[in-house]
Write a protein that binds this ligand. Sequence first.
Ligand code: PEP
Ligand code: MG
Length: 747
Amino acid sequence: MAERLETGSRKLLGRLRDAMASDVEGQARLDKITHLIGDSMGCEVCSIYLFRDEDTLELCATEGLNKDAVHQTRMKLGEGLVGMVARDRQVVNAADAPQAKGFRYMPETGEEIFSSFLGVPVQRLGEVLGVLVVQSKSSRAYSADEVYALEVVAMVLAEMTELGAFVGEGAAMSARHSQPVMFKGTIGQEGAAEGHVWLHEPRVVVTNPIADDPHREMERLREAVEQLRVGVDKMLELAGQQDNDQRQVLEAYRMFANSKGWMRRMEEDISNGLSAEAAVEKEQSLARARMGKVTDNYLRERLSDLDDLSNRLLRILTGQGADTGAEMPADPILIARNIGPAELLDYGRSLKGIILEQGSVGSHAAIVARALAIPLVVHANRITTEALNGDHIMVDGEQGVVHLRPDDNVVTAFRDKIAMLAAAQERYASIRDKPAETRDGAVLSLQMNAGLMADLPSLPNSGAEGVGLFRTELQFLVRNQMPRRSELVALYARVLDAAQGKRVVFRTLDIGSDKVLPYMKPNDEPNPALGWRAIRVGLDKPGIMRMQLQALIRAADGRPLTVMFPFVAQFEEYREARKLMEKTLAAEERLGHVMPASIEIGAMLETPSLAFAPVKFFEEVDFLSIGGNDLKQFFFAADRENERVRRRYDTLNVSFLSFLEGIVERCHATGTALSFCGEDAGRPVEALCLAAIGLRSLSMRPASIGPVKNLLRRSNLAEVRKVIADARHRGEMSVRPSIMEWLREQT
Ligand code: PEP
Ligand code: MG
């Protein structure tokens, strides 16, 4: 039986290949294919449904159903048996379809006379393109072999759809990857950019889904897998013996590369007529479909390893390496499923925009994008499957919207927006050297956040008075090994040189939580954000912190030095850290190094507990900086990385503002210098409210300084305070609506 099926299936694929090669086009080709499949499988009906838009399927061709229903019958995702196949990416095999759960009667198709139904998803790389259905009058469940044969055919159909084989006169099908598409993602970094697509991992195009010679295909597959295995072994050798994430991934690669099941399934696909590439893709599609359903993180990661491995294999087979010979456009907008901070830094400032399918706003890639001031949109679902290298694209980082292959109206509107943003930038440039002074005479100090050398050129142009937060961990995160002390000395000295005498607040290493160093043993903690991180690591393992402090002292080389400890939750931690600094200073002096001209040692206020520390703490600490990102997540108990809860609590929430006001008052009473360096400092409306409750020093992304200063200079803080007091008096949850209304009245 298997033998018969194999030859039957191969014969059908051979006929399909002829249909592909023949000069019939578009609809005629689709019609011919449904006829061939129905005929070869001995079924009265064969129909092809393809997606018309994201959630509507359309009957595009049929053999056996009423032809008038073609391009008329449509169903929503999940609607009827066909909609279910597409939604669940699963085969539906029903002996008595009209009785099956979910069956929906479509009178125009005349299908009620057909009892049995077999539907399989037409999918490519995990993306469902449509549904292929066969039906018969007799009431029977299709055999496993028949299901398998239809899946193989569906794979070929998917490739043909991708190649545009059904586009043409009367087909009412437009070519894939040619229509305008809009994606709504999440804002990662504001700004707008127009350019052309550059795919981080180019799509592999399979032009020969059907095998001419199965023996040859089998050989090609085996050779490619062997090449893959050798490559993985080599990578493992290079990775050495260390037990880290990279090694774990490589071990998983090796496991799959040697997996008999994976190989056997692909060989089976080939013996049924698929080419080696199509067989790899078929398995990859199944793995991707599974990935969408699996909730277990470990399993998801393993499936994603399999996905990466399939990509490698496809590149070997098609000869389309990561380097496809394509030239990066002059105005590249990078599209990737995800990207690490180091890879992003490699592209550097050449990119005009970045769009990620996954990623998160708090990720390090996002921090790097922000440091480089490149517009970034994350969670742009499906964009890597839609976009092609060189496509015209527009990124609106202000709204989190991406326009791929935009039509003329969108282009015009978007260019107007870019012009408006550029005009605003000019306005900001004109006040660059003016003070951030409000209409009622409050003067604020605006500083910038930084973390990479790439940030420093922005210092003179941004109008920042100094660097209010230098995140030192970024330098550790973008490397594959722990930086040496001498490297750190050179780096910190360059930072101080670039600052040209302006104050730079170096924050000591803030690792742990989401910031896991690739070369440190991962720490399996149930709640990393509440775990062993930042100062806790620094105090428990003082070696790294001491090395960093030494590097800072040496880099200062007689210049003033400002250091700040992250995530201090109680007075004692600050005292201990300060003691370590004092000891290090004394030891460095003994070694003959020049002492800093002056030294300030501050703490970040990122946990609510520190706001209630004894007065003595406020008196002892040289300065405090509110890390609003962490403070807010702990105040509301809402994970800053979790998109679901992140936006639930507003920074302008009355309770949070009252809490911040309490901190300002305590600092005022003890004469403690206070600043605010979380992301909110860079949002004009938030910054205005922070100024109104008494903050006089804000540190933010360089690009935010202009907009924040602009609003501060136009505002009267006494009036803002009144708006806040009134909203509080009325018992409102957040002062935002009242502030926004007040702002509207001002213009
Ligand atoms: C903060 O928590 O607000 C902060 C500035 O530090 P990070 O974002 O690096 O945790
Ligand atoms: Mg923090």
